[in-house]
Design a protein around this ligand. Structure first.
Ligand SMILES: [Zn+2]
Length: 150
């Protein structure tokens, strides 16, 4: 039985969620890594230098959504495939870690993770398109070899 399934059978309070995040931080974040409390959910992040974790910014846990966001950031430290060069791999697996670790996984938490992943997917598509256009311009200028259109 996963943690999320166990949680559905009892009421999980915000205080329990907050305590859960505090326990995970105490247990898994190296003592010399600063854990910063950020204001907004959008400021939550893990800061890396290569494979060295420099800093983690977590939102205060005030709701299921900020709980999910805090867990997601911890998922960037503790989840699988976090050193993949593919951003969607890192993001997807960090959310999966969050879901599997959470005491509860509500529809709002699921919605938050879906929105976040869609945002990243849109960024990736935008960047891919920009690169494609840049290649086309360079090819047209004779700087780069023309690629076969896919
Ligand atoms: Zn993330």
């Amino acid at each position: 039985m996963t943690a999320a399934k166990r949680g559905r059978q009892r009421r999980v309070t915000v205080a329990m969620m907050r305590q859960h995040v505090e326990e995970l931080v105490a247990k898994h974040v190296p003592w010399d890594v600063p854990v910063i409390q950020c204001k907004g959910l959008r400021d939550a992040r893990t800061l890396w230098h290569g494979r060295e974790l420099l800093e983690i910014s977590l939102p205060p846990v005030k709701s299921a959504v900020s709980y999910a966001t805090a867990l997601h950031e911890l998922g960037h430290i503790l989840g699988r495939y976090q050193h993949s060069p593919k951003v969607m791999t890192c993001e997807g697996w960090a959310w999966l870690w969050a879901k599997q670790t959470a005491l509860i996984w509500t529809p709002r938490m699921r919605y938050t993770s879906g929105e976040a992943l869609m945002w990243y997917a849109a960024q990736v598509m935008r960047r891919t398109e920009q690169r494609r256009q840049a290649r086309r311009r360079l090819a047209a200028a004779g700087v780069m070899a023309k690629r076969r259109q896919r």
